[in-house]
Design a protein around this ligand. Structure first.
Ligand code: FBP
Length: 281
């Protein structure tokens, strides 16, 4: 595991230990206009301090801060310090996402050299994609122990989870969802990484689609879409913004949003066909 992923893994027990006292809202909003919890600010500060202290880090960007912190190393790190933090109040799963890019941010997902997420579930795990393989680690005291080598999506998909209110879904996505509901079992928990972990484990599809009220969806390209696409694609699955792999989307803004669809390739192909465009066109 490279030192950036190692540092995120090593911070996990400390972040987890800091959560019980930080379930209240802070007075601030993040750059996307969402209310921050005290835990969001805490995890962002801790990760920012630890990562910018590494010789390999050239810059640190976070979903929770407007500007990039510049440093002097080689890699540009994008972090969602607590993905799914609204789950903290109800004590459901959540965690940290990290993307390691070799271009200044905002950067396309194809320039990711490593990606990972820490999942605070009943146990703390980290799933990391690097050097063409995905590995699941159990983090005990921040020390990674390999739990699953070469994580690969099962060929037979089982679960799906789609975000956004159903009446807010565009008609083409609603039609697609109706066909998926006939085949797969609903699993939606309100934290992308937890829902994607189910897709990696059982096969299926996760989406936070374009909405009528929000044509770019909810999730952020740099912090959420790209790293999760890198992980799912490296595990043998596919990703799409509705027309192309998320990793082919050219970014224009650090905090821009993007519709996210990730899962078994056959299901992502069907999604693109349903939306009237094709990644292979
Ligand atoms: P945060 O990173 O601000 O927590 O937002 C992202 C997220 O929590 C995703 O993890 C999840 O898929 C989505 O928002 C849930 O949104 P909703 O509450 O609309 O279902």
């Amino acid at each position: 595991m490279n030192e950036i992923l190692e540092t995120v893994a090593a911070a996990a027990p400390e972040i987890r230990a800091g959560l019980p006292d930080r379930r209240r809202y802070a007075d601030a909003e993040n750059p996307s206009g969402e209310r921050q919890l005290a835990a969001d600010e805490y995890a962002d500060k801790l990760l920012g301090d630890r990562l910018t202290a590494l010789g390999s880090v050239a810059s640190y960007a976070s979903e929770e801060r407007t500007d990039v912190i510049e440093s002097e190393g080689r890699y540009h790190v994008a972090v969602d310090p607590l993905d799914g933090s609204s789950n903290l109040r109800s004590n459901n799963a959540m965690g940290t996402i990290v993307g390691v890019y070799d271009e200044p941010l905002p950067a396309p997902g194809r320039s990711l050299v490593a990606s990972g997420f820490v999942l605070f579930g009943p146990i703390t795990t980290m799933v990391a994609a690097e050097a063409g393989t995905v590995t699941e680690y159990v983090l005990e005291d921040g020390n990674p122990t390999i739990a699953t080598e070469s994580v690969t999506l099962p060929a037979e998909p089982t679960v799906y989870g789609f975000g956004g209110r159903v009446p807010d879904w565009p008609a083409a996505f609603a039609d697609y969802a109706e066909s998926i509901e006939q085949e797969l079992k609903l699993r939606y928990g309100g934290a992308m990484i937890a829902d994607v972990s189910q897709v990696l484990t059982y096969g299926g599809i996760f989406a936070y689609p374009a909405l009528k009220s929000a044509p770019d969806g909810k999730l952020r390209l740099q912090f959420e879409g790209n790293p999760i696409a890198h992980i799912v694609e490296t595990a043998g699955g596919a990703s799409s913004d509705g027309a192309r792999s998320l990793r082919e989307v050219e970014p224009s803004d650090l905090h821009e949003r993007v519709p996210v669809h990730v899962g078994n390739e056959s299901l992502v192909d069907r999604l693109e066909a349903a939306l009237g465009e094709s990644r292979h066109a």
